[in-house]
Design a protein around this ligand. Structure first.
Ligand SMILES: NC(=O)c1ccc[n+]([C@@H]2O[C@H](COP(=O)([O-])OP(=O)(O)OC[C@H]3O[C@@H](n4cnc5c(N)ncnc54)[C@H](O)[C@@H]3O)[C@@H](O)[C@H]2O)c1
Length: 469
């Protein structure tokens, strides 16, 4: 580690092929921050398995009402014991449009809008229990930390942090304030992901040895749209960073299967990235006829395909991909390979192997699915049909509220938020250092050895919150 510290520092000076001094500087700072050999986290309090006192009516506020925020408004208004009291977006029209979705309901939220720090006032309100953060992800950690400091539980969209420093801040603040900080990794609640988690827990795969996950989906159209995202923020991220900047949809579900932070943890990773063959070219093509795109034409875009491999301390491996450009079909992979069986979600159809070297027939697949579908999905599947991301949005929102109302631990804790999000800066470091390996911090400070799985997919406790249809 100390040896690498020197390498990291020296690496800042020798990074190749970088055009922008500012980007060079930020990557140099990133290397310094990552290789801080002095960093010795002492756990104030173990947030794994932490249960806050019951909250009968969860009074909530939402910050960020672009595309993702309104889907929370839609699901939360259907859940018993929720009161949406405050909505915040920089843009008044977005805040007002979100409030309009609550017409003819009992919710009558106050609006916070117009300036970039109105969200602080929302966090400062005395009468909120939960703050949901759905702004661009590089803002999440600052908002989550501030909300916890104001005594609020936090549900943050993905990823929860963009730098290692932010990931540590989340951990340290949650432990000190004893407030939940859950990253809302909804892909862990998709039907096949829940099914395979239950199968893994029941031993179907034997010892799970290797997992694969991805978020491979073309963002070309959305990123270059002038109106899709506030201030072109996604394109700016692709134009200024390297590495896997959207790891958690692929990683979260397999991290649950592998009991990461609960019996195992990420040890180190390596990350390899192709060159950018598409975003830069598209930016230059658009800039030739439209001056709006001029500032994007000279950016040093993240490569088409990022491939990272993570090794765990128990000797397991995870292959993770991110491809935001190519016109191939949406692909999450979600592959699980064990000593007795295997499963893979993408490419479709989803497949299961009983260890006999063939994928099970559809009839057999259905029998296995019926046997292993966990209770949480059985209960929610009918109701979740019209909810986003294969129904996972309603399931995760409902279970978050149900756990808060019953005073139960949440399915994903602050250590998951930190570890899964840390892949963003760590892959960036690896990519910009000739794909060298880099250690993943132990955000649990050793508690991973005794922490127990807490994603209650069989609803052993709680589960009594109703959906209002
Ligand atoms: N889990 C999922 O399936 C999923 C899906 C989509 C997006 N996301 C995540 O949700 C987040 C939001 O994405 P999006 O697609 O809604 O982006 P968006 O650009 O549509 O919305 C972001 C909103 O944040 C607002 N905002 C910016 N600065 C603000 C500030 N200082 N105070 C208050 N509001 C501010 C903007 O006005 C905008 O309306 C991202 O982090 C993204 O990664 C997750």
């Amino acid at each position: 580690m100390t040896g690498l510290a020197g390498m990291g520092l020296a690496g800042g000076g020798i990074m190749r092929g970088r055009t922008s001094e500012a980007v060079n500087q930020s990557r140099f700072n990133l290397a310094q921050e990552i290789y801080d050999p002095e960093k010795q986290h002492v756990q104030h309090f173990n947030m794994s398995g932490f249960a806050a006192p019951k909250i009968e009516t969860v009074r909530l506020g939402i910050i960020g009402l672009g595309s993702r925020g309104p889907s929370y408004v839609e699901t939360m208004k259907k859940i018993e014991g929720v009161e949406i009291r405050a909505l915040c977006d920089l843009r008044p029209e977005k805040a007002e449009a979100a409030k309009k979705r609550l017409e003819n309901t009992d919710h009558n939220p106050d609006l916070y809008t117009g300036t970039a720090d109105e969200w602080k006032k929302l966090c400062e309100r005395e009468d909120l229990d939960l703050v949901i953060v759905t702004t661009p992800w590089y803002m999440h950690a600052e908002m989550a930390v501030y909300a916890m400091e104001q005594g609020k539980h936090v549900a943050s969209e993905v990823p929860a942090a963009g730098t290692l420093k932010e990931a540590w801040q989340l951990v340290e603040t949650a432990e000190r304030t004893r407030k939940h900080c859950m990253m809302m990794e909804n892909y862990a609640y998709m039907p096949f992901q829940l099914l395979t988690l239950n199968m893994a827990r029941k031993g179907f795969f034997g010892e799970v040895v290797h997992c694969e996950g991805a978020y491979n989906t073309s963002k070309m159209k959305n990123n270059f749209s002038k109106t899709r995202y506030w201030n072109m923020w996604w394109l700016r991220q692709y134009g200024t960073r390297k590495g896997n900047i959207y790891p958690t949809h692929g990683l979260g579900p397999v991290a649950q299967v592998l009991n990461i932070n609960r019996g195992d943890r990420f040890d180190f990773l390596v990350s390899v990235e192709s060159k950018d063959f598409m975003m830069g070219a598209r930016a230059r093509e658009l800039a030739a006829t439209d001056s709006f795109y001029k500032e994007f034409a000279g950016m040093d875009y993240l490569g088409n395909m990022n491939v990272s491999i993570i090794k765990t301390v128990q000797g397991k491996t995870i292959m993770l991909q991110h491809d935001g450009t190519s016109p191939s079909p949406h692909n999450l992979i979600h592959g699980i390979y064990g000593t007795k069986g295997a499963a893979a979600f993408d490419p479709p159809p989803p497949k299961i192997c009983k260890g006999d070297h063939v994928w099970a027939s559809r009839e057999e697949y259905e029998r296995i699915r019926e046997k292993y579908t966990p209770e949480i999905y059985r209960k929610m599947s009918a109701l979740a049909k019209n909810s986003g991301h294969g129904g996972s949005d309603l399931v995760i929102h409902w279970h978050l509220i149900d756990c808060l109302r019953n005073g139960l631990p949440l399915d994903q804790d602050v250590y998951d938020a930190a570890a899964w999000s840390s892949i963003v800066p760590l892959t960036e470091w690896s990519v910009t250092h000739d794909s060298n390996s880099i250690k993943v911090p132990d955000f649990t400070a050793g508690a991973w050895k005794t922490n127990k799985p807490n994603m209650d997919i069989n609803l052993e406790r709680g589960g009594n919150t109703r959906i209002i249809v």
